[in-house]
Design a protein around this ligand. Structure first.
Ligand SMILES: [Ca+2]
Length: 222
């Protein structure tokens, strides 16, 4: 594990040199990436959405095989990162996820960014996988330690990931991997996907994966 942290340290070094480089503000290829639009005119606290739900515009709730898998669609219960709504990838005593398909050009690199935090009703490590599913599946795992955070101070952190499309349509998936205390998972908001400039692609190859001591990061490709 020691070597893993050495690699991580060098990644942070690269990020410190280039982390301030702005990415282009191209059109977001994701519909309703901030989860603001839904069938609900108001969400005073939260609504639990089960597998198959399309209550959040553009998104489908997914799970890991159980009919009870769910997410929580969070309104006023805690501060959002963008707008007033976000999701908890763990629903009612169960894990879940969300997915959305969008058109892609095979061979093109896509930049994915999103904001993560953790359900503050249980303090600990929240973990999830982000996947781009085309002909093959590319994925990465992100964790967030919400120690010290609360409903009014979620500690939202922007993280980034890149994938290379291999099909004319790609499904972007976010799935909870939080094992302890299911029901208190990773919070997600502000999902943006666009085609970056070549310099940003280089940063992705180097391993740009977010910043901050709260974030532990590793990448895998399946
Ligand atoms: Ca939002």
């Amino acid at each position: 594990m020691k070597s893993t942290w050495k690699v991580y340290g060098s990644v942070l070094g690269v990020m410190s040199l280039f982390g301030a480089m702005p990415l282009p503000a191209g059109a977001n290829l994701i519909q309703n990436g901030s989860f603001e639009d839904s069938i609900y005119s108001s969400v005073a606290t939260w609504e639990t959405l089960y597998v198959g739900s399309t209550a959040i515009a553009g998104w489908t709730v997914i799970g890991t095989g159980k009919a009870t898998d769910s997410i929580d669609y969070v309104g006023g219960y805690w501060e959002a990162s963008h707008g007033v709504r976000s999701v908890d990838l763990d629903g009612r005593a169960a894990s879940g996820g969300v997915e959305q398909a969008f058109g892609t050009n095979p061979g093109t690199t896509y930049h994915v960014s999103f904001d993560i935090a953790g359900n503050p009703d249980w303090i600990g490590i929240k973990t999830m996988a982000v996947s781009a599913v085309g002909e093959a599946t590319q994925s990465a795992i992100f964790s967030f330690d919400n120690t010290g955070h609360s409903h009014d101070s979620m500690g939202w952190t922007t993280v980034e990931w890149f994938f290379v499309a291999d099909a004319p349509s790609t499904t972007l998936r976010f799935v909870s991997l939080t094992e302890a205390n299911k029901g208190y998972g990773m919070a997600l908001d502000n999902v943006v996907v666009h085609v970056p400039v070549p310099g940003a692609v280089l940063l992705g190859v180097l391993g740009l994966g977010g910043s901050g001591g709260l974030l532990r990061w590793r990448r895998r490709t399946a």
